[in-house]
Design a protein around this ligand. Structure first.
Ligand SMILES: *[C@@H]1O[C@H](CO)[C@@H](O)[C@H](O)[C@H]1NC(C)=O
Length: 438
């Protein structure tokens, strides 16, 4: 009796894997091309670095639009082998609803489970965990924004760098010395170099050569309130943007700013959510004129900035905050704008699930209108998305995949409209995403 040759066994196995993967990716129906992309090595030729041309992003000669999300904790989950599957879960599930960029931390300075134990001293296991994140993102065709540092104390940040400086005997008085002390700036530059030149232990690709990286981010939400003129932060941005580009000229770079206008543009100050925000040492227009910065980063937290509970006023602010930044990016900066964080907290006393949906719809619709007229709206990233089983980490902003209509319907509908060729059923776009919220 004839037995199958090893060749036909292999074909059977490939078919079986393909069928299993289609089942896995079948909620909702992305077309097979994308579901099976990760199994197709030839497809790597299509996986090219995203570039910018004036106010637009371009990948492989085609327009690229960011529809993304934040999950800052991927590296720290990936360290723990029992939790590593959650990293794969969130990447697979978010890709299956059409999301294409994930923003996450490439830092963890000092403290528990640090990547960087002390300046330029790394925990190799944690670096391998970051390797896994980058490798796994590539497999799921998810591009990454990797941030190098934090303005805030979570995962170390500028306070930890200043602490290291003090431990080394430097005379430092404020966490803002992070932006000006030459030794501390040297620590930061060394970290940037360590990330850019890291060779991924899973696939041998140096980070600076991996098209999986959509962009580098200098620092999450920089503020330097000790110098409201903005000069200190501005020189830091200019120095560090050039430094990144000197090592990696090909990937896109953004700063990580929240988008507050500063003293260089008095005519825009009234657009800030309050007068205080002109005093935090940032300056949207001037910051983004630094050489090497490719696109503008803006965050949207009307629920905390406007300091009163969510109402229609917040939607009015949201639209004008987005439109004015896109307008400035077109007329002054000639670059795309990415709204790198936006969300609504359930801890607000007037929070409703409906309000959050309307808020997210408004963000996507405002960007869609910009895109339709060829504007600078490059995309947005929701803060923040979780796979099931990680709800204990909810900071109020968590949207749990497949547990609510945002991820089962709203985001897939917007992504079908944005990326029709990635979906089988182009006609299924729901009417509600087109109607005006205001
Ligand atoms: C870049 O954009 C301009 C319009 O802003 C367009 O004329 C030009 O063809 C684009 N170049 C490439 C290489 O896409």
């Amino acid at each position: 009796m004839a037995t199958p040759t090893s060749g036909s066994k292999a074909i059977l196995l490939i078919l079986l894997i393909a069928i299993l993967q289609m089942e896995e990716g079948s909620e909702p129906t992305l077309n097979q091309f994308r579901s099976l992309a990760m199994a197709d090595a030839a497809d790597d030729q299509e996986w090219t670095t995203v570039e910018k041309n004036n106010t637009h992003f371009v990948a492989s000669g085609k327009p690229f639009h960011v529809s993304g999300f934040n999950t800052y904790w991927l590296m720290s989950f990936s360290v723990d082998h029992s939790a590593r599957a959650k990293v794969s879960d969130v990447l697979r599930q978010s890709a299956s609803i059409g999301l294409n960029v994930c923003r996450t931390w490439a830092f963890s300075d000092g403290g528990a489970n640090p990547l960087q134990i002390s300046p330029s001293v790394y925990d190799e296991d944690v670096f391998k965990a970051l390797d896994f994140v980058v490798y796994e993102a590539r497999r799921h065709r998810m591009r990454l924004i990797l941030s190098f540092c934090n303005n805030w104390e979570d995962y170390g940040g500028k306070a930890q760098y200043v602490k290291w400086g003090k431990e080394a005997g430097l005379d430092l008085s404020s966490d803002d010395d992070f932006f000006s002390d030459p030794t501390v700036k040297g620590y930061y530059r060394a970290h940037v170099e360590a990330i850019l030149t890291r060779v991924n232990t899973f696939n041998g690709i140096m980070y600076k050569d991996d098209p999986t990286i959509f962009a580098w981010e200098l620092i999450n939400e920089p503020r330097c309130p000790s110098d409201p003129s903005g000069d200190t932060l501005q020189s830091w941005i200019e120095e560090m943007a050039s430094y990144v580009k000197s090592i990696d000229p090909s990937h896109l770079l953004e700063i990580g700013t929240e988008g507050f206008y500063g003293s260089s543009t008095p005519e825009y100050l009234h657009l800030n959510p309050g007068t205080y925000f002109a005093q935090v040492g940032t300056d949207f227009i001037r910051n983004h004129q630094a050489a090497g910065v490719d696109f503008a980063s803006v965050h949207i937290y009307s629920d905390s900035w406007l300091a009163n509970s969510v109402t229609g006023e917040h939607l009015v602010f949201l639209k004008s905050w987005m439109e004015e930044h896109m307008d400035a990016a077109e007329k002054v900066l000639n670059m795309p704008v990415v709204f790198g964080e936006f969300g609504v907290t359930s801890k607000d006393e007037k929070f409703t699930a409906k309000f959050r949906e309307v808020f997210i719809n408004t963000v996507y619709n405002t960007l869609w209108k910009s895109r339709m007229r060829g504007g600078s709206g490059g995309g947005c990233l929701l803060w923040q998305l979780f796979p099931e089983g990680t709800e204990h980490m909810d900071d109020g902003y968590a949207v749990v995949l497949h547990k609510c209509s945002i991820t089962s319907k709203l985001l897939p509908d917007h992504n079908r409209r944005l990326f029709p060729s990635d979906w089988e059923e182009r006609s299924e776009v729901e009417s509600y995403i087109f109607h005006e919220e205001l």
